[in-house]
Design a protein. Sequence first.
Length: 154
Amino acid sequence: MAKKKTTPKSSTVLNALRQVVADSYALLGQTHICHWNVRGPGFFALHNAFEEQYTELFTAIDEIAERVRALGSLAPGGLGNLAKMSDVKEIKEDASAEQMVKHLSEANKALVANLIKARNAAATAGDNQTEDLMIARLQTHEKTIWMLDSYLGS
């Protein structure tokens, strides 16, 4: 079977989607470390919220990576490769609960910026399926940011 040829427009979409996969995976890891290490009076609420967030992200990453495959490319993988690709910074293991929430809010905001790029690239390319997927992800991450920022009182 012949490999699907990518056009400049679809290559822009693929590159944007690959970035979203990398950033989403990094956010998953950051959310998981916060889940494991959160402490303090807000422990139960944050521990449960972080678990809900990383569980949802795991399923979403799979869907985005499968979209990359459906468009004829390979999904990025490998922790080292994903870390190099990602715009998401790492948090220290001993961060306070407030630092964790602020960090995850900022990480979600970085991902949102790349989701917007991917959505716009898909719209320009006339790729409605990818555009819809990115819109759904934007809604999820914007809600997460609102919840995290509300915890911080901002």
